[in-house]
Design a protein around this ligand. Sequence first.
Ligand code: SF4
Length: 395
Amino acid sequence: MRRTIGASNGLPSRHIGRVVDSSAIAAEWVPDLNFLLTVNNAEELSCLESLQRGGLTNVAPITGCPTIFRQLDVAVLDTEKALLPGDVVAVSGSQGFLHVLYREEDKHHTVFVTNRCSSNCIMCSQPPTSHEDRWLVDEGLKVGRHIRKSPAVVGFTGGEPLLAGRDLRILLDEMLTGHPDCLVEVLTNGRGFANPELANSILQDLPPRVSWMVPLYGHADFLHDFVVQTPGAFDETIAGLLALQDHQQVIQIRLVLVNEVLTEIEAIVEFICRNLPFVANVALMGCEPTGFALANRSSCETDYADWHQSLTAASSRLVDAGIRPIIMNIPLCVLPRHLWSHAAHSISDWKRVYVEECRSCSVADRCCGLFASHEKGWRPGRLSPIREEVVNEPI
Ligand code: SF4
């Protein structure tokens, strides 16, 4: 989620609105949405006043100009002038931030369903909280309604989305109905689906535009339960995966490549190929150096160049089994060339950076780059720019 500096007057905290400029307000306005009208000059101020005289109560001004902001009783200040038309924004009142919950030009879109989680993974990038946060579901519903241009794909994440229970299905239905061409990917530990009642309430008659990203960190309980720091999690996750298969859902298994997983990666992949052959693909994911990963550095920091042989063997085994491997969050120059065809442009837009070495690199437009958080953590290996023109190597 992008965050920018701002302020607001006269609006409730977490007021959700869509940014619109004065040339588009007439075409976009509907009574049941909130609009943040760009007001940066006298002409736009006059447009706002005319809308207000017409009785529109769901249009609030947003400005990059502190003088205009101070003049108005109800207004949002976009201090960094960072917002764009079409952005769906949460105005955070006294916190001094504006959160961009949806940006049309981004490729990666995320809805946070809850901050609560039933696991406690050693590399969790978003450490969970325990307090009640049903407001995130309400906010997710509002975001879905305020989106102007439907995304191709949106990710639902947490925390653990299944802890929202039936609310997760309500959110899914809202997104799928409001955006008929949109695919939804739900990142879940899958454990809740070990409960058949919950599985039925969420999965029964679900439109086939949802896929489920389920982490599995071991071929046996000792390893998976260690990584997620929760006894019994392995058995529940396997039961959840089988429930998803019973409901004919599309499944991606995710392996975050911490050192304990890398050590056993060939055994884990063998387990998947033999016991879970119905999964559509397996993501082999570089670890994001943030959150709990910083506290568990000996497990999470690694140079992926040291694991070429294991990554190659795991990918080959998956291909042989008819399961597509997808390598995520590892820069191309840290991978051997023969694995580039499996590499995805995976790091979310607002988390991705390119560094000095990337300036002279010929594959920067196809490379996932680095997590911005590497600056406080570590790099995924030694970067060395690719100098030559690379052709005929689909990524
Ligand atoms: S130098 Fe940068 S852009 Fe090039 S492959 Fe490495 S990380 Fe990617």
